[in-house]
Write a protein that binds this ligand. Structure first.
Ligand code: ADP
Length: 635
């Protein structure tokens, strides 16, 4: 049977494609593009969210800062507001104004000077009924107000009309802006005698503001900047003023010759050159502004708060760019990390899926290969099995044929013997038959003579002779029969005697010394007739071997050891011819002209049938010849 080719399982079958197919490469490129697009979109969204978050945070801070500044401004205002009110009750002031006494006015000058220095007011002065300044804290200086007419000033007119007024304006003499707080002064009869005016300047406050990080400014109800941390922004307007309104303001001299140019502030989305917005920005709006000392067009959150007790609005521009950039950077970094993790997870998942698919394909290939091999192997085994079965059947048939042939050969051999033996036996029987005849004649004669004793003796001899004849024929009959195949305890001596009896005629014609030795009364597992056949065979061969010798001798020895019995038949003939020795027990090996070369084959077969062996060896060195040994199981 052909050996199947040795092979190993395909642990890593079909070289796995390490490089990408064009389709897969296109897929990867598409995925990378999609990831890039998604990243850009997410970063944009995040930037917008960061913008909103920054705006909220900055607005909150700006709101707090604005509230604080408004409170400070208001405290400042309240502090100065009390002064004109108190002065309006001052009897010295009333008298001086009522009398217009130069001495009293001179004294009033000193008093006002001291008061201004003490309260931090810029100037305090008294105006008479006609609007002429009669006493002033700055009476000493070259820019003394004494003698100036302020009748056109709204704070004079307001105080005269309503008792008190406030007005922010540029000083006509000092050219310095400030808030004019005025109060009417009445005499004892309730008639107005003049107005006391306190001018408050916010120079210090503005200087403080200049140190703030955020530009701040205060606008009046027209949107004109009154106070500002940026000196250049003063008297500019939040939204462009109409030409008529601007002209009216110019004429009032409230702000000198200011042009009311719009502040450099524009909505966040407006481009650099765009026209200023018409609408004032709302609180919380993000704006772009050109603030000196800062990048042009930088972004700011605009916060506006009303200043209580005035018509003013406090504005604060909180820089938002850095905050926005910071928050955007942080949020974008976080988004990038998340995106990156997501991409890595996606890529890992895709890779894992690809690997799983590849693995499954490999497994499927291995399974398919295995299945194919198993099928091939099964087919081979099946074929081998069929062949084996056919061979077995053939062998069985051959054995049957052989067996039948052997049986036939045994039978043929026996018949051959019978032929030979029959001649001898005929001769053997002839004698007793002739003797019986003469004894019968004798018995007749005795009976005629009434010699019963003689007749009985003759008849007894006849009986003995027939017994002998019966024994001979019985042997022959038994010999001609096929063996039954049954094994039974068989006496060795009986078998030897039976064989010798069969060979009797030949033994008598051939001169040979038969020597029987060894143990007697042994029993073996055999079939009597067939054992006899074997012995006859061996003895005939021995007789053939010693034929013609003067000192011809055949030894029959029987020995028992343990569970075996040995029957040795030795002769002093020429021994086994060398050309025969090699194939002694094979059929048709013969050195005799009439020989069949079957005797030994059949004998060995029969002995083997009994569970024994038949072997040969050369005889003793001195005697020569051959020795045949039958070994059988003792019974
Ligand atoms: P056959 O007697 O018909 O030749 P056998 O099988 O009985 O067949 O014997 C085969 C041959 O073995 C004989 O021809 C003879 O050459 C040889 N042989 C057998 N027995 C003896 C013996 N006792 N001495 C010498 N040769 C023998």
């Amino acid at each position: 049977m052909a050996q199947p080719p040795a092979s190993t399982l395909p642990v890593d079958p079909a070289p796995v494609r390490r490089s990408l197919s064009p389709r897969a490469a296109a897929g990867v490129a598409l995925a990378v593009l999609a990831m890039l697009a998604l990243t850009v979109a997410v970063l944009r969204l995040v930037e917008r969210a960061a913008h909103r978050e920054a705006a909220t945070a900055v607005t909150q801070r700006a709101q707090t800062a604005a509230q604080f500044n408004v409170a400070t401004l208001r405290r400042d205002l309240e502090k100065h507001r009390a002064l004109p009110f108190v002065l309006a009750q001052d009897p010295d002031l009333k008298t001086a104004l009522a009398t217009a006494d130069p001495q009293r006015l001179a004294a009033l000058n000193g008093k006002l000077e001291a008061l201004a220095a003490g309260t931090g007011a810029s100037v305090i002065y008294a105006v008479d009924r006609r609007g002429l300044a009669v006493a002033s804290s700055n009476w000493r200086g070259p820019d003394s107000f004494v003698g100036e007419n302020y009748a056109f000033r709204p704070y004079y007119q307001g105080a005269m009309a309503r008792g008190a007024a406030e007005h922010f304006a540029l000083g006509t003499i000092s050219r310095r802006p400030g808030l004019y707080l005025s109060h009417r002064i009445d005499d004892a009869g309730g008639h107005p005698v003049g107005v006391v005016v306190v001018k408050v300047e916010f120079f210090g406050l503005e200087q403080d503001w200049a140190h703030l990080a955020e530009p701040v400014f205060v606008t009046n109800s027209d949107g004109v900047v009154l106070l500002a941390s940026e000196p250049g922004w003063r008297f500019r307007s939040l939204v462009p003023l109409g030409e008529a309104a601007a002209e009216q303001l110019r004429r009032s001299l409230q702000f000198g010759d200011a042009t009311f140019a719009a502040l450099p502030i524009r909505p966040f989305s407006a481009t650099a050159g765009a026209a200023p917005a018409r609408r004032p920005p709302a609180s919380g709006d993000e704006m772009r502004a050109d603030v000196p000392g800062h990048p042009a067009g930088d972004s700011y959150i605009h916060v506006a708060l009303p200043v209580p007790s005035t018509h003013w609005t406090f504005h604060l521009l909180a820089p938002s760019r850095e905050e926005r950039a910071g928050i955007a950077a942080r949020m974008q970094a976080q988004a990038l990390v998340v995106l990156l993790l997501a991409y890595v997870a996606m890529a890992t998942a895709v890779y894992a899926r690809r690997r799983l698919r590849r693995h499954n394909a490999q497994q499927a290939a291995i399974r398919a290969e295995l299945t194919a091999r198993v099928q091939a192997r099964t087919a081979e085994l099946q074929a081998a099995n069929d062949q084996l079965r056919a061979e077995m059947e053939e062998r069985r048939q051959a054995e049957l044929r052989l067996h039948a042939a052997q049986e036939e050969l045994v039978q043929a051999n026996k018949l051959t013997f019978l032929g030979q033996i029959a001649a001898g036996v005929a001769h053997e029987i002839n004698q007793p038959v002739a003797a019986i005849r003469s004894y019968a004649d004798n018995a007749g004669s005795y009976l005629e003579r009434d010699e019963t004793e003689g007749a009985r003796s003759s008849l007894a001899r006849i009986g003995a002779l027939t017994e002998r004849i019966g024994a001979i024929t019985g042997q022959l009959r038994a010999f001609a029969r096929k063996g039954s195949g049954a094994r039974e305890p068989t006496p060795v001596d009986d078998a030897i005697e039976g064989a010798l009896l069969l060979l009797g005629p030949r033994l008598r014609t051939q001169t040979v010394a038969l020597v029987r030795s060894g143990d007697k009364g042994l029993r073996v597992q055999a079939e009597r007739l067939r054992l006899e056949q074997v012995l006859v065979n061996l003895l005939q061969n021995a007789l053939d071997a010693v034929a013609g010798r003067d000192d011809a001798q055949i030894d029959i020895a029987t020995h028992a050891d343990d569970a075996r019995v040995r029957i040795e038949i030795a002769d002093n003939g020429p021994g086994i011819a060398p050309e025969i020795a090699e194939r002694l027990f094979t059929p048709f090996s013969t050195s005799k002209p009439e020989g069949m070369g079957l005797g030994l084959v059949i004998s060995r077969d029969i002995v083997a049938d009994f569970g024994g062996t038949l072997d040969t060896r050369p005889g003793s060195e001195s005697g020569g010849g051959a020795v045949f040994t039958i070994t059988l199981n003792s019974a």
